[in-house]
Ligand binder design. Structure first.
Ligand code: CTP
Length: 410
């Protein structure tokens, strides 16, 4: 058969998937209406590997609206439609996403013996994909539910744990696939098939990563940082001499891995911290330009400038301490990790802020009879007192303030 041998996914894999009920619902729809539904891409890959995936991509021959209303009858969520692409997304309240695309059967002259999938745009869809393991489809139709459609040998590559492109020009046509491949390699623990690896290295050497549009590059960078082990991906990029095409650096900073893990563990949502950590040893000008080119928020560029400033100073002045006490705790952690001489002092500032120091707030000082600018001044003084260990408790703060009042009365 042009589809190769028929492979059926095990009942077990479907039963233990968090998508079970939705897959069953889709199956039911295909049995009741004239609709065919196929799951495709990363979803099928992950289902076969027994890994979870929050996105279900389906291709539908038939009425998309019917599917949407059936799903929305049973699950909570919202629908976004993109009529210009013939696609819709359902975002379920538990975070799962269903991406729905229409497949038109292509009605050109073809030998009638070809199976339906060969004539449909499902085939075209799979043909355009990056790696064979991402080019699998799975039928959700009643008559062959769970049957895998494997036009490129993806099943075999899944068992060999190999990443293989579908054709020689794949990386050249779409250089983001270089980054996607390296990401998948790290995430799945797969290796590149020999020829694919050769083509990947050639594409890097020939500068194809430069052809990625800035906006897409930024998206890809964020995807890397959202992986569970971004450090692994970044080290691999360094090893393949690919870092400088992506970041304003050639090598990762010293102790990068350890620092990045600390940042990621404490602030998993803040990819900006990882960005600053990666580029911490770029020059001020190159770092600034890169952040601007990729249109990162102004706030990150500002923090980069601060980072470069504090990175190399050997002691903190009183003014530094006050300035640092105004910065967010996540950034202070980053700064402490990247400041050789003053790291401990910066951590101390972070710790004091965490405690809510000074304990007296502006409101308290107002109640004590202070007005206007002086309140801000006093709060700064209180912070410094804590920093130098001259004041430790709220009572001691009050005592210090009273002394000031008394000395002014005299
Ligand atoms: N794809 C591709 N080339 C790209 C981007 C995507 O061929 N440059 C294909 C891949 O086959 C992929 C599918 O589009 O499986 C969907 O892309 P995406 O959702 O980004 O990836 P997933 O494989 O689902 O991976 P992830 O688990 O990272 O979401």
């Amino acid at each position: 058969s042009p589809l190769g041998s028929i492979f059926q996914i095990s009942e077990d894999k479907i039963r233990s998937s968090p998508w079970r009920d939705i897959l069953e619902e889709l199956r039911k729809i295909t049995s009741q209406y004239n609709i065919s539904i196929y799951a495709i891409g990363g979803f099928v890959r992950d289902l076969l590997l027994g890994q979870s995936n929050f996105d279900l991509d389906i291709v539908v021959e038939g009425d998309i609206q019917l599917i949407i209303s059936k799903i929305m009858d049973k699950w909570e969520g919202k629908v976004i439609t993109h009529p210009q692409f013939g696609t819709s997304e359902i975002i379920l309240s538990d975070g799962k996403r269903i991406d729905i695309a229409t497949a038109r059967i292509e009605h050109y002259e073809e030998p009638g013996s070809l199976p339906k999938v060969e004539r449909s745009s499902l085939w075209l869809d799979l043909k355009r994909r990056d790696f064979t393991i991402n080019a699998l489809a799975m039928s959700l139709n009643e008559e062959n539910f769970g049957e895998i459609i494997d036009l490129y040998g993806g099943l075999e590559d899944l068992t060999r744990k190999e990443l293989r492109i579908l054709h020689n020009l794949s990386f050249v046509e779409d250089p983001t696939r270089i980054l996607r491949g390296i990401r998948l390699e790290a995430r799945l623990g797969f290796t590149f098939e020999e020829k694919t690896f050769k083509l990947l290295k050639e594409a890097i050497e020939n500068g194809f990563l430069n052809k990625i549009a800035k906006e897409r590059l930024k998206d890809e960078i964020i995807l890397i940082l959202q992986e569970s082990q971004p450090e692994k991906v970044l080290k691999r990029l360094e090893e393949l001499n690919a870092l400088s095409y992506i970041f304003p650096i050639r090598k990762l900073p010293k102790n990068f891995e350890k620092k990045n893990q600390i940042l990621k563990n404490e602030y998993p949502q803040k990819y900006e911290l990882q960005i600053l950590n990666i580029i911490s040893e770029a020059t001020l000008d190159e770092g600034k330009k890169w952040l601007q080119d990729l249109k990162f928020p102004q706030k990150i560029a500002y923090q980069f400038i601060l980072l470069k400033h504090y990175q190399n100073i050997s002691t903190l002045s009183e003014k530094d301490i006050i300035n640092l006490s105004d910065l967010p705790d996540d950034f202070l952690l980053l700064l402490s990790l990247n400041s050789k001489k003053t790291g401990k002092d910066i951590l101390r500032i972070r710790l004091l802020k965490e405690k809510g120091v000074p304990y007296l707030k502006g409101k308290d000082l107002l109640n004590m009879g202070f007005k206007g600018k002086i309140i801000g001044e006093l709060l700064k003084q209180l912070f410094l007192k804590h920093y130098y260990g001259e004041v430790k408790t709220r009572e001691e703060e009050e005592k210090f303030i009273k002394e000031i009042i008394n000395s002014n009365l005299k």
